[in-house]
Design a binder for this molecule. Structure first.
Ligand code: SAH
Length: 514
């Protein structure tokens, strides 16, 4: 069906920070954009998954860094929309809740630019929810008030009437931008007669793996947040439902809560891994150091097709091999039936899964998941002497499979279907990694390791690796890491993503036990 592109600019609410908490519509629109102008608190992993062709412009504000003024942001939106681009204005939480989304829409309207506004889950709802604090509660709260507690509001801006708020009963007050000014806010509320024992919570980076929650009473919350070193972004919640947290609390109890796990594999293949980590409470940092591109020698493809019926085996050792092969096959006007006499071998569960996605089931999967194991186990379990084998893979990659099978008398043809090249992680992800480090860095192939060093530089790469736990998918990757003088702390027993996950869970259990 034809896609209707409704607006030149999509003003998209990104939700509170977890990549899973954007709306379906928001994600649909984000994926259509040619240019994305994004703010500070938006989930970077959603941006990492966009194609390289999308221009990403950072418009956030951060201490000590040049930030774009509202005029510059408005100008950029209009300029790109006029150039015929689909522009995404990607904003934290909801665009209209203390987000200047209204101003931006008016500016676009004044300039004759069409737009669509996509709501997001605002931090004032998501952060308390993740902390287990309902903002309304039957029989307890009948009204919820969102306030900005930002002190530098200009003289013309109306000030919050704290005196009036202090007198409201059955209410929850949710404060944005109010950590630094919390001492004054508390004082005003107490002076206006609010009880010193009124429950209050402060939730920092709510609904993200870096969430921290401090609860107390008006009388003691300031010393509590100073002790816990709570910093922006955070919301505060004043009201009796803060006490319900002890019954509802859930988010911070998830098994991998707070762990930062770096994924260096291609962003388009990180989906299920990163989702799993997010669901377990971890922060999956998408730092793709490689990406793949189709790379087919048309002559070799034609030759393979001409001989298709003669092949006894097709051998795949990666999901990419499967995907690029099937797509090349379809593009050539054929499908898998061309290889009607061939059995299929796959190196591991990921490759087998990719085959199943194309309605193919692997006839042979080795017990151990390295390419050498595949070649050796296949030789041990099947008569391969004089058998015709098509080995389908990417470059660069070792020729172990071809060598071992040829040595054992098979006739092996090589078909290259893709190549692995260096990726460019988003600069802000790189900055975040260097600044905040990580708990675990995962390497799923030799090329992810080599490019990690290439992208970060030897010194930074080593420093990061030494200060976190380096987890290698298997022996080949481990050898490469060692050659690069990076420490290898763990190697997955089973050389698949599931094997890596098992290793992360084991590591976590050991950590918890101390
Ligand atoms: N439009 C955004 C708010 C932008 S104002 C929204 O709807 O959520 C920025 C303020 O939002 C921060 O100072 C902080 O008070 C709050 N904030 C944003 N993300 C947050 C998060 N993940 N946890 C807690 N507070 C957050």
């Amino acid at each position: 069906m034809k896609e209707k592109i409704e607006g030149n600019v999509y003003i998209i609410g990104a939700g509170p920070g977890d990549p899973g908490l954007i709306t379906i519509r928001g994600l649909q629109c984000l994926k259509r954009c040619d240019v994305v102008i994004y703010d500070q608190l938006t989930p970077l992993s959603l941006l990492s998954e966009l194609p390289d062709s999308v221009e990403l412009i950072y418009a956030g504000k951060e201490a000590g860094m040049h930030s774009k003024s509202q005029d510059e942001i408005n100008g950029l939106m209009v300029e790109h929309a006029r150039a015929g681009k689909v522009v995404g204005r990607f904003k934290g939480g909801d665009p209209f809740v203390f987000g200047r989304g209204g101003e931006e829409a008016i500016y676009l309207r004044d300039n004759g630019i069409d737009y669509e506004i996509i709501p997001g889950i605002t931090a004032g709802i998501a952060a308390p929810e993740s902390a287990g604090i309902p903002v309304t509660h039957r029989n307890t709260v009948t009204q919820t008030i969102f306030v900005t507690a930002h002190e530098s509001a200009g003289k013309e801006t109306p000030q919050v009437d704290w005196e009036k708020l202090a007198r409201l009963g059955n209410s929850t007050i949710v404060g944005y931008m109010g950590v630094k000014t919390l001492p004054e806010t508390v004082e005003k509320l107490l002076n206006a007669g609010m009880s010193p024992s009124k429950p209050i919570a402060v939730v920092q980076r709510g609904a993200t793996s870096r969430q921290r929650t401090v609860t107390g009473e008006l009388s003691n919350i300031i010393s509590a947040i100073e002790r816990e070193k709570i910093t922006p972004p955070a919301v505060f919640i004043i009201g009796d439902t803060v006490n319900v947290r002890s019954q509802i609390e859930w988010f911070e109890k998830r098994p991998l809560f707070g762990r930062r796990v770096v994924i260096t594999r291609p962003a388009d293949q990180a989906g299920s891994f990163s989702r799993y980590l997010n669901e377990m409470g971890a922060d999956a940092i998408l730092f793709p150091t490689i990406k793949t591109e189709q790379e087919i020698n048309p002559e070799l493809m034609t030759e393979a097709l001409e001989k298709a019926e003669n092949y006894n085996w097709l051998i795949f050792t990666s999901e990419n091999g499967v995907r690029y092969f099937i797509s090349a096959l379809l593009n050539s006007g054929n499908d898998i039936r061309a290889f009607k006499n061939a059995s299929i071998a796959a190196v591991g569960t990921g490759t087998a899964r990719a085959l199943r996605e194309h309605f193919l089931s692997a006839d042979f999967i080795p017990k151990k998941f390295t390419t050498r194991d595949l070649a050796e186990e296949l030789t041990a379990n099947h008569e391969i002497k004089n058998k015709k084998i098509l080995r389908i893979r990417g470059i660069p990659a070792p020729s172990t499979v071809e060598e071992v099978l040829s040595e054992n008398g098979a006739e092996v043809d090589l078909l290259i279907v893709y190549k692995t090249v260096m990726a460019n992680p988003i600069p802000r992800v790189k900055e975040d990694l260097i600044k905040n480090g990580a708990d675990i860095i995962t390497f799923t192939s030799s090329s992810t390791a080599r490019n990690f060093v290439e992208i970060l530089g030897e010194e930074k790469a080593r420093e990061l690796a030494e200060n976190s736990t380096v987890l290698s998918i298997g022996p080949m990757t481990t050898v490469t890491l060692e050659k690069l003088s990076l420490p290898v702390h763990l190697e997955a027993e089973v050389h698949t993503i599931d094997g890596i996950i098992d290793e992360i869970l084991k590591w976590n259990e050991n950590k918890k036990r101390g």
